[in-house]
Design a protein around this ligand. Structure first.
Ligand code: SF4
Ligand code: SF4
Length: 466
């Protein structure tokens, strides 16, 4: 390993693993064996993932998707957790060729929200029924430095409207020092999320031209610093479209195994953004390694099988059709009604101030109705964070499958809250029917717990969970 290589992303090993898998036509028996192993819910190793990355025929893809659906169903049931991104600033010191926020983009309208503007955005989100947000900022805070991010988190938690409030703030901001992460933890964040964008070092250097982000190793070691500072839940991701997706899956896997070995617990979530058009950033219109819709579904399915207990997040970059297809394949969290320009919830999406163009423009009520009509249970649950079930404690419950005794009742109670306080009559009708049907299908223990929670919500109580 050369001295510049990060300690845990081993590109030579990735190349070997991919070459070995691609050496001949995919052996149907090997595929069956890998899928059978995946159904044991213990995850897959690098060579298994490389085998699945070779799936090409529609028949093989159907086998892969069927296995992913079974794993998704047995761990996550029909639940889909909803959240919204909250963009507070689009100022950035970096020069990422695919992003509209890049420092030298003269076409972008710059905006940093004041705390009263942050509060106004939060009120709009609460009014729509949201309970968890992902706070996002470009990587530059000229006025207050990192304290600006802390101020924003304080504002989000302090803002209430009627019966509602944001109960979990996840954060996606520039890589931090350990001391700064400790302050982020004190600010009571949920998940700290950051994407490596690409694990392929040469591609990384080609697309990140200026600013601190040029330092691959500073970025790839960010979760080590976060976890060392005591942040239990971290979220990683790749921006698909920069380098070969088969390579990126291997990079993700090496990153995950490293965190598991070093901290006893892997990431809480993985995000799978694909490059979307972005104002003033030509690369975003012609990604160097474009991922097709078919391959994108394979990526989701393979990740579901490889790391069954890690949440998979899908944003509104994808259009409604792709999102629908990915629910069954393994996605467990989705954003809804998103705006990617600071101030966008008050003022609507404005593409000359936004990070990228959206694929799904629907408002939250329409997304909730669509999801519920498909039989998926929209969940606004934040219980694990509220009750301190994070990191290894969370995985201890998740791995034997016991978490579903919490997730299902909490999904029902938070969905009932949404229906009572925010839904349109049409969505409420579909939602009530789904709740009744879900209760019928539950075992006696789950039904009893759920019924008690639902009764409390119907009696006017809020934020009840188990
Ligand atoms: Fe800045 Fe992030 Fe956009 Fe890069 S991807 S220009 S770091 S906001
Ligand atoms: Fe997520 Fe925990 Fe709620 Fe389940 S109980 S949906 S794991 S927060």
């Amino acid at each position: 390993m050369d001295s510049h290589q990060s300690p845990f992303i081993d590109e030579a090993r990735i190349a070997q693993t991919l070459q070995a898998a691609a050496a001949g036509p995919l052996d149907p028996q090997r595929l069956k064996d890998v899928l059978a192993k995946a159904l044991e819910l213990k995850g897959l190793d690098a060579s298994d993932v490389a085998v699945l990355s070779q799936v090409s025929s529609p028949d093989q893809a159907a086998e892969l998707f069927a296995a992913a659906s079974r794993v998704k169903d047995s761990i996550y049931g029909s639940r889909l957790v909803l959240f919204a991104p909250l963009y507070v600033s689009n100022l950035c010191a970096n020069e990422c060729q695919y992003c509209a926020f890049r420092a030298n983009n003269a076409e972008l309208k710059r905006r940093v929200l004041s705390q009263s503007e942050v509060a106004a955005e939060v009120k709009t989100l609460v009014e729509q029924g949201h309970k968890r947000v992902l706070l996002v900022a470009g990587e530059s805070y000229p006025r207050r430095g990192f304290d600006y991010v802390l101020d924003c988190i304080t504002t989000v938690y302090a803002t209430r409207l009627g019966k509602g409030e944001i109960r979990r703030v996840n954060v996606n901001v520039a890589p931090l020092e350990i001391e700064q992460f400790k302050r982020l933890k004190e600010a009571r964040i949920g998940t700290y999320q950051l994407f490596q964008e690409t694990y392929h070092r040469e591609t990384y250097a080609r697309v990140h031209l200026a600013g601190k982000k040029v330092d691959y190793d500073w970025r790839v070691t960010v979760m080590d610093r976060a976890m060392e500072a005591g942040i239990d839940d971290v979220g990683i991701g790749v921006l698909f479209g920069l380098a070969d997706w088969r390579f990126e899956l291997q990079g993700l896997l090496q990153h995950i195994r490293h965190l598991e070995q070093a901290f006893g617990c892997g990431p809480h979530t993985i995000s799978v953004p694909r490059i979307e058009p972005a104002v003033g950033s030509p690369m975003a219109f012609a990604p160097p390694s474009q991922v097709s819709d078919d391959d994108f579904k394979r990526i989701v399915a393979i990740l579901r099988l490889a790391v069954p207990y890690t949440g998979l997040i899908l944003s509104t970059r994808e259009n409604a059709e792709t999102r629908r297809a990915c629910f069954a394949l393994g996605v467990s969290q989705i954003s809804a009604g998103s705006r990617t320009n600071p101030g966008g919830y008050q003022e609507q999406q404005d593409d000359v101030a936004a990070q990228f163009c959206l694929g799904d423009h629907r408002e939250i009520d329409e997304v909730v109705r669509d999801v519920a009509s498909m039989g998926y249970l929209p969940s606004f649950c934040t219980a694990c964070y509220r009750l301190g079930r994070t990191g290894a404690d969370f995985m201890e419950l998740a791995k034997p499958g016991e978490i579903k005794y919490h997730c299902d009742p909490n999904a029902l109670s938070t969905f009932q809250e949404y229906l009572a306080d925010y839904a349109t009559p049409q969505t409420r009708e579909i939602g009530e029917a789904l709740i009744a049907k879900t209760l019928e299908k539950m075992d006696a223990k789950q039904r009893e717990v759920s019924t008690k929670l639902l009764e409390k919500v119907k009696a006017g109580r809020r934020d009840v969970c188990c």
